[in-house]
Write a protein that binds this ligand. Structure first.
Ligand code: NDP
Ligand code: 8X3
Length: 256
């Protein structure tokens, strides 16, 4: 097992759900965290909480991954002690809407594509060159079971996660000679803010997604991410797919 103590870990989408849980689990192991997301107040609260609880260094930076210039600027202007990023957790992402493709709101497609695909690419493009130069690093993408199978009314979200899957595989090939690991952690149903965002704040509709299930938690996924990050240097976990015990595929659930 490799220690992540004092490693610099850059997390996107750290204000909620899986990203926030990753921040906590990596802080508990003594990593130094660069936490990013759009909601600066929440980021600062999380920074204060983790710094007090784990006595580790945390830098919080407001960042919208859809903004290509902002991504470049934030990464380029990192203070010296934060420049050498050891682990990048590409987690920021969202689903918006669940409608038949011929009735859907095109703005939702733009948002998902801009965040889940282009945002992930911008952050990767900004951070990986430093890893290549140092011949050291680990990128862990948060994919989804939606990156392996499509489901009704999931078209564009599933397409973005299929894209993440392809980007993960391609990136792994591109850095194979650079001592850089590339992993993807692909969960099924995790109860976070995900469905609340997907259904535009409708909490009742969001709750129904997990009705009769014990869904995964952000902490369950963070465990898998931490597992990837703590393998010995010669071992790369290429892919982890994790689902609730009551889920067998994107659409097959045993609800009680
Ligand atoms: P949450 O809604 O709880 O968290 C999403 C996070 O992404 C928030 O911190 C949000 O922060 C951030 N985010 C959204 N848009 C942007 C943006 N443009 N720029 C920067 N940050 C952004 O959902 P989850 O924790 O569930 O989702 C995290 C990842 O996990 C996503 O990629 C999702 O697709 C994936 N996933 C989720 C599953 C689930 O069932 N929940 C299953 C499989 C994968 P802020 O609003 O402050 O910017
Ligand atoms: C989130 C899981 O099944 O809602 O990626 O698409 S699902």
């Amino acid at each position: 097992m490799e220690t992540i103590k004092n490693k610099v870990v850059f997390i996107t989408g750290a204000t909620s759900g899986i990203g926030k849980a990753c921040a906590e689990s990596f802080a508990s192991e003594g990593a130094k965290l660069i936490l990013t997301a759009r909601r600066e107040n929440l980021l600062n609260d999380i920074k204060n909480e983790l710094t007090t609880k784990y006595n580790t260094d945390v830098l919080s930076l407001a960042l919208d991954v859809r903004n290509r210039n902002e991504v470049q600027k934030v990464v380029a202007s990192l203070p010296d002690q934060w420049k050498n990023i050891d682990i990048l957790i590409n987690n920021a992402g969202l689903a918006k809407g669940m409608n038949k493709i011929y009735e859907d709101d095109i703005d939702n497609w733009e948002d998902m594509i801009d965040t889940n695909i282009k945002g992930l690419l911008y952050v990767t493009r900004a951070i990986v060159p430093g890893m290549v130069e140092r011949e050291s690093g680990h990128i862990i993408n948060i994919g989804s079971t939606a990156g392996h199978e499509a489901y009704p009314k999931g078209h564009v979200y599933c397409a973005t996660k299929h894209a993440v899957n392809a980007i993960t595989k391609g990136l792994r090939m591109d850095v194979v000679d650079k001592n850089i690991r590339v992993s993807t952690v692909d969960p099924g149903a995790v109860e976070t803010n995900f469905s609340i965002v997907r259904f535009s704040g409708d909490k009742e509709k969001a709750k129904n997604v997990y009705k009769g299930l014990t869904p995964l938690t952000g902490a369950d996924v963070a465990d898998a991410v931490l597992f990837c990050a703590t393998r010995p240097p010669h071992a790369n976990i290429a892919e982890i797919i994790l689902m609730p015990t009551q889920q067998a595929s994107a659409m097959v659930f045993h609800r009680t």
